[in-house]
Design a protein around this ligand. Sequence first.
Ligand code: G4P
Length: 524
Amino acid sequence: MGKLEQEVSRRKTFAIISHPDAGKTTLTEKLLLLGGAIRTAGSVKSRKSKKFATSDWMELEKQRGISVTSSVMQFVYDDFKINILDTPGHQDFSEDTYRTLMAVDSVVMIIDAAKGVEAQTLKLFKVCRDRGIPIFTFINKLDRQGKEPLELFEELEEVLGIETCPVNYPIGMGQSFCGVYDRFKKEIELYDDKKEETLLPAATLEDLRSVLSKVADESTIGQLEEELLLLDEAGNPFDEEAVRAGKQTPVFFGSAISSFGVPTFLRHFLGLAPGPAARETSKGQIAPTEPLFSGFIFKIQANMNPAHRDRIAFLRICSGKYEKGMETWLDRTGKAVKLAQPQQFFADSRENVEEAYPGDIVGIYDPGVYQIGDTLCEAKDTFNFGKLPTFPPEHFSKVRAKTALKQKHFIKGIEQLAQEGAVQIYKTERFEEYILGVVGQLQFDVFKYRMEAEYNVELDIQPMSFHIARWLMSEDVPREALRSTTNMVVHDGQDRPVILFENEFGLNWFQQKNPEIQLAESIV
Ligand code: G4P
């Protein structure tokens, strides 16, 4: 195997998706601890607590180094190079959260055992499912009483529509939680307060009973035996191809807070999760082992310092080897660009990159030349990875400059910030008023702050009652058919018509009335 093949086979690049409070920060931290990327628990956590309010967000952005490094974290475990990409949640949930999923090779979905599938998990899951991204499930907080495992599988299958295949299975729960049984390795992992990993082989149900009789009560053992038999008979057999296609999810149980089940999860994950795969381009599929260097930009993070309007563009490497100082071509403009000051990110630092491989994420200094979805390639006129999809915003506001004198600055700012991809800009049909669409509410505050700080424009923002945007795909539809008192027709940044609805009810009503009109939830 050549050096490039070897490096590609060592890479695992994934994101963790969950609803707030399911344990994403805790699990991330335990994984980083395992990889030796951080030394003490609490380092990721303390960062997160700063993300709650707008004022804190700005404070955080001032310490920019920190907020950038927490977007991507690389560590080494068992000779694998692992890249975890952060999917911002809570109030800073945004298009970035969705777009990050375009840059990963798999996803870990955390479910709180007591709560099951929650709203934000469902939203993120849908993006993964539509792209066929492999999904691994970690059911967390087994140290507390939660839903029955079989009930959780049913929920995953019904609500998410994905097959489940439990790799391990909990022994008791809450007060009676004794550990998990690894169905693949046929061993018991005992839960103890010493937080040491205790693995005991149990090839048969008799072995299982004899080991567990010392730690579990009869009803726990009886229930476990029954459910394991049921799973063997009626459960889904493990199907590697279905996992790779995102149609089956391997399920793990644990308690991230005590790190219980985390090392075994990581080892299984590294064995099962796919590494960088071939990606579709305008010229067909490009394998990661293709010697020609290529990658695409999935996120741009702006500096809050008004004196230096520099930005960092996050580049996902898709093929070939990146070497320091190399010249690349930006497909969109056909111009040569030197990747300036490329950096790689670790849990609490960033370092200049000497070389990087497919699966890795590098941050490059952006003097304002990059756009989200840009392809960079080592040779001119080669291929591009296509545009990244635009995701439907859920909150809309009318925006205008407080004083008309600032109109020029206002338009420049609004256009540049929309280009970064944090917000979407629409215009009303008749009066060409600007409407801002965002995925997460916090983006309004951030947008207002940045327009003042960077473009010296004070904004007037008026929230609107719309929550759903659908692109109009049918052509030549008469305007009268589209208008109603509860919706509004606007145009996106590329002048494509979009209909805004107040709620699902309004959308459904519209579709019933106009079954021939095609609407799309996202658009490339
Ligand atoms: P998030 O990033 O997904 O939002 O979740 P986070 O890791 O911050 O966890 C949310 C809460 O759940 C935290 O409690 C955390 O300690 C707790 N938690 C995480 N994993 C487990 C687990 O395996 N078992 C139990 N019982 N709790 C868990 P908190 O009270 O909000 O914060 P803190 O005061 O503990 O820091």
